[in-house]
Ligand binder design. Structure first.
Ligand SMILES: [Zn+2]
Length: 426
């Protein structure tokens, strides 16, 4: 017999689906309001357990890729594919699976960093993957050290297998200092020359054991690299799964990390590495993360950027683009982050932006244009558009048939994507 909570939640899912609105959090919200244990009960029912993927950047791609690997291997997976990564989003994923009469045997969920400890208090995942920790999260919930301590406390004694980024000192410290069952992924330094070796903001510059400044032999981007503490000897652990040279459809070096993390997690779940590798190589990504869309004779490639590191990284990835035009979109809605002062932390001074024309749009286009001006971009190269449709049309006309990169914040990207797909004329 199904519970009342699940029946009502399913009803709301089907109603929303009829209205063309799937992937929302409402069905899960209803289920959790009627039955607080709806989520934990369903998670515990999964025969093969579940994986949580968390971190600042890369969790959506890592989650989607891991799901793809498991599905190709014949498993029935429940996942919050819409990226709704709070408990109501996870609950919605179960309602969706129930409504589709699927009986999943394993779960893979991306989870907001802020909610990891509270979820771990309720249930025990089989694996937790931590991609990285960047500074943009800090004003929301304290310093990196506090997060690390909180996470170690919530993971201790649970028997969870941890899949950690060895190149991120804050993430690796969780395994090294927490005495937890840890497995590491990172970049193989043999392939260091494939990387831009950027010097964008370094967040985790200090040793989490003794507080001394860390020494880096190589930095791949931001604070990710080959680190060690000269004072107490804490050192980057040697990764067992090493990226850097995967041949991928996914653009960008940061995806080498996402793939390494997904392969390592699948290996721990008993999937043959060769299968994971093959799936990874053909994986084309999640919407807004390297997706290519044709529009009015032009071709666009979407890059989501939600913080200075993401923006810097996206710009450095499109650095080699031959397009004479690039589109940069900045909104300041809640999902983008309303405080946009972070644009001053984008490592613009270290990146040469080649395209002749920079099309700037979004509700804070003028702020972004000002930032670019101060980075030394000549005003005649900057074109500010209030109207997204006009911005994209102009970019298409200026593109000479080359693929135009769009770097955008979350809601700006959703809007641009709608226009490109012909779903909106606004
Ligand atoms: Zn130290």
């Amino acid at each position: 017999m199904q519970s009342m909570a699940s029946q009502l939640a399913k009803l709301s899912y089907l109603t929303l689906k009829k209205a063309g609105r799937t992937g929302g959090t409402w069905p899960g919200e209803i289920a959790l309001r009627l039955d607080k244990s709806y989520l934990s009960n369903n998670l515990e029912k999964l025969q093969q357990g579940f994986v949580l993927v968390t971190g600042t950047n890369g969790k959506t791609t890592t989650t989607h890729l891991l799901v793809e690997i498991l599905r190709v291997s014949g498993m029935s997976v429940v996942t919050n594919s819409s990226g709704a990564n709070l408990p109501n989003g996870l609950a919605s994923a179960f309602i969706e699976a129930e409504s589709q009469k699927r009986n999943p045997d394993i779960g893979v969920f991306e989870i907001d960093e802020n909610y990891l400890p509270s979820i771990l208090n309720l249930v025990t995942p089989r694996i937790v993957v931590i991609t990285n920790i960047f500074r943009d999260q800090l004003d929301r919930f304290g310093e990196i050290e506090t997060i690390k301590n909180k996470w170690i406390k919530s993971l201790s004694g649970k028997g969870v297998q941890l899949v950690l980024n060895s190149d991120d000192p804050a993430v690796a410290a969780i395994g090294l200092l927490g005495d937890l069952d840890s497995y590491y992924f990172g970049i193989d330094f043999k392939h260091a020359s494939n990387f831009a070796n950027l010097k964008s903001p370094k967040d985790s510059g200090f040793c989490l054991r003794c507080g001394e400044k860390l020494t880096f032999k190589i930095i791949f981007y931001s604070h990710l690299g080959d680190w060690s503490c000269q004072n107490c000897g804490l050192t980057r652990p040697k990764p067992t799964e090493m990226g850097g040279n995967y041949s991928l459809q996914l653009p960008g070096n940061y995806n080498q990390y996402n793939v390494a993390g997904s392969i390592l997690a699948s290996t721990l779940l008993g999937i043959e590495r060769q299968i994971s590798l093959t799936v990874s190589e053909s994986f084309v990504g999640v919407f807004g993360r390297g997706e290519t869309i044709d529009f009015e004779g032009g071709k666009f490639e979407l890059h989501l950027a939600k913080n200075p590191t993401g923006f810097t990284q996206s710009l450095s990835e499109v650095h080699d683009a031959v397009s004479p035009v690039i589109v940069l979109l900045l909104n300041d809605k809640i999902a983008d982050g309303q405080d946009i002062s972070w644009i001053w932390d984008i490592g613009l001074e270290e990146i040469i932006i080649h395209p002749q024309h920079l099309i700037i749009g979004g509700s804070r286009a003028n702020d972004l244009a000002l930032r670019l001006f101060y980075a030394g971009i000549e005003t005649e190269r900057l074109h500010v558009y209030e109207n997204f449709h006009h911005a994209l049309q102009t970019a298409s006309q200026l593109s000479n048939g080359e693929k135009v990169p769009i770097v955008a914040t979350y809601t700006a990207m959703l809007k641009a994507r709608k226009i490109l797909l012909g779903k909106s004329l606004l």
